[in-house]
Design a protein around this ligand. Structure first.
Ligand SMILES: CC(C)(COP(=O)(O)OP(=O)(O)OC[C@H]1O[C@@H](n2cnc3c(N)ncnc32)[C@H](O)[C@@H]1OP(=O)(O)O)[C@@H](O)C(=O)NCCC(=O)NCCS
Length: 290
């Protein structure tokens, strides 16, 4: 086995490997009463590749792969924003897991965290991942997913929320500093290129939310009232029939209140892993840009 820095030419194989590993994890951890595990949808597949290229370009020292005679064996893709380190992807090929490859990859990625005072990542329920994160000094907080069909008759009138653009960067960076003590650096431009953006800036507070075709992706606000308005507007602007918001911690009563009022279904899903900080209340992280 060889561990080396990730290159742009690794990205296609890395996307395949990550999709294989997620499918295998989904099948292994599927609840008897739950839906069958499915492979990553087309939109997410393209977005995964573009995101990995973006991170290899901006965070080369944080992106590592392992390979053996059969090809790519695993990957760890991480980033550093101000003094926060985050992990975007961490996968070992199914069939080669539990043999120490993950540890070697994470050790490589963690060299990118030297000098950081905080860390954040969104974890699956794989016990091996959780063990690795705990051993790296992360605290684990269980998270929920709120999802379900959109009942448009339940949507309230929302004020002070508008479409955003990259001209709102100063506002978004100010909100980032207040909610997670670190900006997103080049990631706002990346997310904004492919995803709708909502912004709120009023006497009630400031905030923003990026959307996916089926839900909220990243939501940050300086007050619960602004976060609540952004979440309702995210539901209203979702084009599909269903909405989902993930990485919800027990601290986020305001979000659970919206989920219940919108008649979404709550279930437990994964963990938020943090180092040097407590779970934020009005910040719902992106699984990839935290
Ligand atoms: C998570 C993952 C990348 C870790 O890589 P890996 O090569 O399997 O991990 P390692 O072998 O280096 O380490 C696994 C650790 O978990 C332990 N472990 C193995 N099976 C376990 C189990 N069932 N319960 C608890 N711990 C377990 C191992 O003993 C080892 O800990 P140790 O080194 O302290 O003894 C890999 O398992 C994977 O791809 N999982 C599926 C995708 C996933 O969930 N990725 C995480 C995204 S957040």
């Amino acid at each position: 086995m060889q561990i080396r820095p990730m290159r742009p030419s690794d990205v296609d194989a890395a996307e395949q490997l990550s999709a294989d590993a997620m499918l295998e994890l989904g099948e292994r951890t599927r609840l008897a009463a739950g839906p069958p595990a499915t492979r990553r949808a087309d939109w997410w597949q393209g977005q995964w590749r573009r995101r990995a290229l973006h991170l290899v370009e901006h965070d080369g020292p944080g992106c590592w792969v392992a390979e053996d005679d059969e090809g790519l064996l695993g990957l760890a893709v991480s980033m550093r924003r101000d003094t926060m380190w985050g992990l975007a992807s961490f996968f070992v090929r199914p069939g080669a897991q539990s043999r120490g490859v993950g540890k070697a990859l994470l050790d490589g990625a963690l060299t990118h965290s030297i000098g950081c005072t905080r860390g954040m990542l969104c974890a699956t329920t794989d016990p091996r991942a959780l063990r690795r994160y705990h051993r790296a000094g992360f605290r684990l907080y269980p998270t929920m997913c709120a999802e379900g069909p959109i009942d448009r008759s339940l949507l309230p009138v929302v004020e002070h929320v508008r479409e955003g653009s990259q001209s709102d960067l100063d506002l978004m960076e100010s909100v980032d500093r207040q909610t997670r003590a670190a900006t997103h650096g080049p990631d706002h431009a990346f997310m904004g290129a492919a995803q709708p953006l909502l912004v709120s800036d009023s006497h009630l507070g400031s905030g923003y939310a990026y959307l996916t075709p089926s839900g909220a992706y990243l939501l940050a606000a300086t007050s619960e009232r602004t976060a609540t308005a952004l979440l309702w507007e995210s539901i209203a602007r979702t084009e599909g029939d269903t909405f989902a918001v993930r990485q919800v911690t027990g601290e986020q009563d305001w979000l659970v209140d919206v989920a219940m009022a919108a008649r979404l279904t709550l279930r437990q899903e994964g963990y938020l892993a943090l180092q040097g900080m407590r779970p934020p209340t009005t910040y719902v992280p992106s699984p990839h840009f935290m």
